[in-house]
Design a protein around this ligand. Sequence first.
Ligand SMILES: NC(=O)c1ccc[n+]([C@@H]2O[C@H](COP(=O)([O-])OP(=O)(O)OC[C@H]3O[C@@H](n4cnc5c(N)ncnc54)[C@H](OP(=O)(O)O)[C@@H]3O)[C@@H](O)[C@H]2O)c1
Length: 306
Amino acid sequence: MSRILLTGASGLLGINFGTQLANQHEIIGLVNQNNLNGVPFEVRQVDLTRPQAVERVIDQVKPDVVVHCAAMANVDLCETEPERAYLINADVPSQFSKITKDRSIQFVHISTDAVFDGVEGNYTEKDDPNPLGVYAQTKLTAEHYVMAENPQAIVARVNFYGWSISGRRSLSEFFFNHLSEKKRMMGFTDVYFCPLLVNDLVDILMEMIEKGLSGLYHTLSSECLTKYDFGLAIAEKFGLEQNLIDPVSVYESGLKAARSPNLTLSTEKLSSALGHALPDQAESLTRFYALYQQGLREKIQSFHQG
Ligand SMILES: NC(=O)c1ccc[n+]([C@@H]2O[C@H](COP(=O)([O-])OP(=O)(O)OC[C@H]3O[C@@H](n4cnc5c(N)ncnc54)[C@H](OP(=O)(O)O)[C@@H]3O)[C@@H](O)[C@H]2O)c1
């Protein structure tokens, strides 16, 4: 059993991490603006961008491992508030990496597939990123800080889906909600990604920690697909109407923001380090549906402190 300091515990990744591992590890979850109701782990409220907040919380909690999921992950907000985005997305990870190195604490930093511009696709960890926009730039800056300041740290580039506290955080919930309400929606036929079920991501991150891995890893599904095909797969799995999803090119969609059309990333480095392949779409969707049937969606939403 490890004592794990989990930042971003109210976020999509954090809440699933804490909920899933609370009976195997001692989890101390940090939230900022959204407190949690009835979660199976200890929760503390800390604005990590406050001076000395990172050092103070590490000194108080004395963790074996820090899993850093907190971020400003809203791309539009990052564009309008770039200084605040830099503070939480780059400066805070830098503080964590220095302090965890000094105190020999294992550090896991969560990054993003969006460090790439999506022009070529099939990226490996050796390919040069080219972030589009403030969010991706701040996340790439964090990767550089963490790897320079704490070479023992894990930097996991992710993209994931699952059940969130708000019920609206993930692309899977977008499709599920619209389809359940019989609303029409667009599905992009030319935007490729490799989303991993957040609960599979939690298991894999723990496996990486337990194996003592360090360095940069693409921590995604082994199978990439278009957003349209992802929507169809959700519809099929939940027995919902596939015809409600209109196949649309992102270029014809009227979306102004820069999109990254081909965010396919190779997971070969991680699968050889772990000695097994990462889950494919069918495996993850089967688990996603099973967790739904077991009531995980309601359980996660019940943690919302209204
Ligand atoms: N979702 C995806 O598919 C995706 C894709 C690529 C990468 N990522 C990365 O994965 C990580 C987790 O993402 P997510 O989707 O789980 O995030 P999320 O749902 O947007 O949650 C963000 C979390 O960060 C916390 N936070 C924000 N500002 C903070 C501050 N100043 N001090 C302390 N905590 C703060 C929030 O706390 P409060 O809500 O309590 O304020 C919340 O718990 C992030 O690093 C993100 O960049 C996510």
